[in-house]
Design a protein around this ligand. Structure first.
Ligand SMILES: NC(=O)c1ccc[n+]([C@@H]2O[C@H](COP(=O)([O-])OP(=O)(O)OC[C@H]3O[C@@H](n4cnc5c(N)ncnc54)[C@H](OP(=O)(O)O)[C@@H]3O)[C@@H](O)[C@H]2O)c1
Length: 333
């Protein structure tokens, strides 16, 4: 192989869904590694709704993207050639390697990962996804045994881990997800206490019945009407964790704020957002703890693996229609 195939950013999908013309396919010669660099062969890419936001340059929490740069994204790769003392050929590494299949990369920006049965899990349950669930819940949601917790986007990569950590903490966990199959999986496989299919309607009424004492921990991944309905069902001293709001990521005009926010006053509740990157220095112990829970069978995870670098744009689009069932990955090699 002499060619590095890449997807470049070609458009800014602000206020609209992603489209094919937002990406440009190019093929470049593979670059030999200079001192401190390694040449890689990409094995897996991981996908996150935030990648659309990076293309739009919203939020300001990562460096701005430029049109014409390689599409940003995390990946796992094998070291093919090394000009660094940090890695040797055959090592498996992860990092923000972007949508390309034979990149040459600064070794210092990569992390060595173990080549075991959890290899692809480093992009999900042991990666940013798992870290988001772990730190967002423990530091902001602050679950106590006996709490009632509601998670939206519950069958997604982050939501499914959040709910299971909530169960480990001793909470009653109710998931809100799209469709009967996802809801059944949450209860039968992951041990959620209940699940509500938002696509069938009646979310607030069902939550009222399932959580008669109100919601102590509300984890929101989706925003919009579902979030507003759940804000109306908070318990006294509830903690509301604003992780994401995927229902607004494709909207041209932002909806009005949630009218039920006033319930925060009546319930003396707190609501906080967070960015997982703020906890990066603590990732190692969280990774160790989640690995232990996986080995003990207390955390289960699902991966939705698509194939072929040429399908990367389409794979990202799957997240916004709820086509993914589990952590969205793409197998490249
Ligand atoms: N704050 C942070 O640091 C941080 C870090 C990582 C991720 N996040 C956020 O966490 C959320 C989940 O990310 P993820 O990577 O784990 O993705 P994911 O949940 O695996 O995939 C996105 C899911 O969102 C649901 N969805 C899509 N459009 C929706 C809509 N209009 N209304 C309700 N649900 C909708 C779909 O599930 P259904 O089939 O159930 O509709 C889809 O599977 C995102 O909002 C993301 O931005 C935040």
């Amino acid at each position: 192989m002499t060619v590095n195939r890449q997807w470049l950013i070609a458009g800014r999908p602000t206020g609209r869904p992603l489209k094919d013309s937002d990406f440009e396919w190019v093929e470049k010669p593979i670059r030999a590694p200079e001192p401190g660099e390694v040449q890689l062969r990409t094995l897996f890419l991981g996908f996150d709704p935030a990648q659309k936001g990076w293309m739009e340059n919203v939020g300001g929490y990562v460096a701005p993207t430029e049109i014409g740069e390689v599409m940003r994204g995390s990946g796992i790769a094998e070291v093919v050639k090394s000009n660094s003392s940090l890695f040797k050929p055959g090592d498996k590494v992860m990092g923000q390697i972007g949508w390309q299949d034979h990149p040459t990369f600064a070794a210092k920006d990569l992390l060595k990962v173990e080549d075991n049965d959890l290899l692809s899990g480093n992009l999900g349950v042991l990666g940013t996804t798992g870290m988001t669930a772990f730190f967002g819940l423990n530091k902001i949601g602050k679950p106590f045994a006996g709490d009632t917790m509601v998670v939206t986007g519950a069958a997604g990569a982050t939501g499914s881990v959040v709910g299971q950590i909530g169960k480990i903490a001793g909470c009653k966990v109710i998931g809100v997800a799209g469709g009967p199959d996802k809801c059944k999986w949450l209860i039968d496989e992951l041990g959620f206490d209940a699940a509500v299919d938002y696509k069938a309607g009646g979310v607030r009424k069902q939550i009222k019945e399932l959580a008669p004492g109100g919601i102590d921990v509300l984890w929101d991944n989706v925003g919009g009407k579902i979030f507003n309905d759940l804000l109306g069902e908070l318990a006294l001293h509830a903690r509301v964790v604003v992780c994401g709001g995927i229902s607004r990521y494709e909207l041209g005009q932002m909806p009005a704020g949630p009218e039920n926010y006033f319930n925060l006053i009546f319930k003396r509740a707190t609501m906080s957002g967070f960015i997982v990157l703020d906890f990066m220095s603590e990732y190692p112990w969280a990774r160790a703890r989640i690995t232990q829970w996986i080995r003990e069978g207390r955390i289960k995870y699902k991966e939705d693996v698509q194939h072929g670098l040429e399908n990367a744009p389409r794979t990202l689009m799957r997240l916004f229609g709820g086509e993914n069932f589990g952590k969205q990955l793409l197998k490249v090699a």
